[in-house]
Design a protein around this ligand. Structure first.
Ligand SMILES: NC(=O)C1=CN([C@@H]2O[C@H](COP(=O)(O)OP(=O)(O)OC[C@H]3O[C@@H](n4cnc5c(N)ncnc54)[C@H](OP(=O)(O)O)[C@@H]3O)[C@@H](O)[C@H]2O)C=CC1
Ligand SMILES: O=C(O)C1=N[C@H](C(=O)O)C[C@H](O)C1
Length: 250
C-alpha cells in the first residue's frame, strides 16, 4: 500500500484524486494541504505546516496539483523529509523549475503536464507525422474550463516542445489584424469556457488535406488515475527527475 498526501487537496484535481484513490486497494490518501479550511475525511494542513504534516504522516509520496508557489513550498518539505514527489501543477517559471531540479537531487520527482495516457500516445505520434508531412503548416489549439489560471496549458507547451524537436519555428499566440502566416510559425490558440476538462488539437495542413491529432479528457479521473499510478511507481525509484512516459513504459 502506497500512502500519499495531496498538495492542493481542496481543488478540482484534489477531489478527483481522493475519489479515484478511494476505489483502489494499492494507494491511500492520508492527509492534504491547502490554504482554505475544509472538512474532509483526512486532516488538511495549511501550506506553512507542510513540513509538520509530512513528519506526522510519513507518507510514501506527495501528489501535487496546486499552484506553482505551493509546489515549491511542498517540494522543499519533501526534499527535507526524503519523500517522493509527483507534480501535476503547471505554469512554472524558470526559478520554479530549478527548485524541482534541486529537489530531485534528494528525492525522486516525477512531473508531467498531463497524466492522461492518451496524451502520451498523441505525443508519440507527433514525430512520425511531422516527419512524413515536412512542408505542412502546424497549428496547436487548447480548450479548458473557465477556472484555469495558466495559458497556454502545460500540455500545449509540452506539445510545442515536442514539435521543436523536429522543426524550427516561432510560436504565434493567436492572430489579429493584418497578420499573414509565415512559413516558420506555429499558431497557439487558447480557449476558456464552461467546465471543459481539457482538449488539445494539433493540425498539420497541406493543400487539399488536413491531419488532425486531438485528445479530449472527459473526466478529471483520467488525470487522477495517471497521477496515482505515477506515485505507486515512483516510490520504488531513487532520487532524480522522471516523466510519466517512464511509468507507461515500466
Ligand atoms: N498534469 C495534469 O494532468 C493536470 C494538471 N493540472 C494542473 O493542476 C493544477 C491544479 O488544477 P485544479 O485542481 O484545476 O486547480 P484548483 O484551483 O481547483 O485547485 C488548486 C488547489 O491548490 C490549492 N492551493 C492554492 N494555493 C496553495 C498553496 N500555496 N499550497 C498548497 N495548495 C494551494 C487550492 O486551495 P484553495 O482552494 O484553498 O485556494 C486548491 O486546493 C493546475 O496547475 C492545473 O493546470 C490539472 C489537471 C490535470
Ligand atoms: O488545468 C487543467 O484543468 C488542466 N491542466 C493541464 C495543463 O495545463 O495542460 C492538463 C489538463 O489539460 C487539464
Amino acid at each position: 500500500m502506497t500512502t500519499v498526501g495531496i498538495n492542493g487537496i481542496t481543488g478540482r484535481m484534489g477531489e478527483a484524486i481522493r475519489e479515484r484513490a478511494s476505489e483502489r486497494a494499492d494507494v491511500s490518501v492520508t492527509f492534504g494541504i491547502a490554504p482554505s479550511e475544509a472538512d474532509l475525511d483526512v486532516p488538511v494542513y495549511e501550506p506553512g505546516e507542510a513540513a509538520e504534516a509530512i513528519a506526522e504522516h510519513a507518507p510514501d509520496a506527495v501528489i501535487d496539483f496546486a499552484v506553482p508557489e505551493g509546489t515549491i513550498n511542498v517540494a522543499e518539505a519533501c526534499a527535507e523529509a526524503g519523500v517522493a514527489l509527483v507534480v501535476g501543477t503547471t505554469g512554472f517559471d524558470d526559478a520554479g523549475s530549478a527548485v524541482l531540479d534541486e529537489t530531485s537531487n534528494a528525492v525522486p520527482v516525477l512531473k508531467a503536464t498531463n497524466f492522461a495516457r492518451g496524451i502520451h500516445a498523441l505525443l508519440r505520434t507527433l514525430g512520425p507525422a511531422l516527419g512524413a508531412l515536412e512542408e505542412y503548416d502546424v497549428e496547436v489549439m487548447e480548450t479548458h474550463h473557465n477556472g484555469k489560471r495558466d495559458a497556454p496549458s502545460g500540455t500545449a507547451k509540452t506539445i510545442l516542445e515536442e514539435i521543436s524537436e523536429y522543426r524550427e519555428f516561432d510560436t504565434v499566440p493567436g492572430r489579429e489584424g493584418i497578420q499573414p502566416r509565415e512559413d516558420d510559425e506555429v499558431g497557439m490558440l487558447v480557449r476558456r469556457a464552461g467546465d471543459i476538462r481539457g482538449e488539445h488539437e494539433i493540425i498539420l495542413a497541406g493543400n487539399d488535406e488536413v491531419l488532425s491529432l486531438s485528445h479530449r479528457a472527459e473526466d478529471r479521473g483520467v488525470f487522477a488515475a495517471g497521477a496515482l499510478d505515477a506515485a505507486v511507481w515512483l516510490v520504488d525509484q531513487g532520487p532524480g527527475r522522471y516523466e510519466f512516459g517512464d511509468v507507461i513504459d515500466a
